[in-house]
Design a protein around this ligand. Sequence first.
Ligand SMILES: C[S@@+](CC[C@H](N)C(=O)[O-])C[C@H]1O[C@@H](n2cnc3c(N)ncnc32)[C@H](O)[C@@H]1O
Length: 212
Amino acid sequence: MSPASSLFGTAHAWLYILSQRAVGAHLARYACLEALAPRAGERIVDVGCGPAYYLGRLPAVDYHGFDTDQRHIAWARARFSGHASFYAEPFGEPHAARLAPVGGVLLLGLLHHLDDEQAEALLALLARALAPAGRVVTLDTPFFDGQSAVARSLARHDRGRYVRRPEQYRDLADRSFGRREDRIVGDTRRMPASHFMMVLREPRRSGPGLTR
Ligand SMILES: C[S@@+](CC[C@H](N)C(=O)[O-])C[C@H]1O[C@@H](n2cnc3c(N)ncnc32)[C@H](O)[C@@H]1O
């Protein structure tokens, strides 16, 4: 990477992190890490990890972050090298086969960037890779009744093209997981953006075994 593109990539990651802080979205991420409650040494897969600025809040886990944005991955590698593995590519079957059984999965801000077919395929693949006692934590921008005007406006301007209602996220999740807890996070003075968090357990394994 040239010095100019490296500088541009660093600015891109910092702008993202600052935009998260401006709407309290980082606090929602921290709530997800608490819900995941990873143990030291546990294998954690983070799909759509972005710059993974929250990684320092995890114990010493076996972390694997995936993102299709090369600039975010370059920033994360520079910041956390030696503590984690980063992949500038989507999470696919060969990764699932190599990393299974996975203890915990983070999908923070990802599903609302994927259409139904992509989201369903990813959740099904993760269900096949998850350890029996594993869990998946998702966090996405929603539209819901009673949402404040500020949160709704932020949701309307979200870059994700597939911002859904809670029942639509639930429907996608329930195709691959037998147990789900969910709640709205944010839409408060401290955290103006609203988020829909799901914790998914009891993976339904469908299809053939994983192949590398
Ligand atoms: C809203 S950001 C979330 C980043 C980070 N997880 C966080 O919570 O701050 C969504 C990320 O998903 C990435 N992304 C979108 N589609 C993806 C895909 N199919 N596979 C992996 N990453 C993807 C984007 O590049 C972007 O960095």
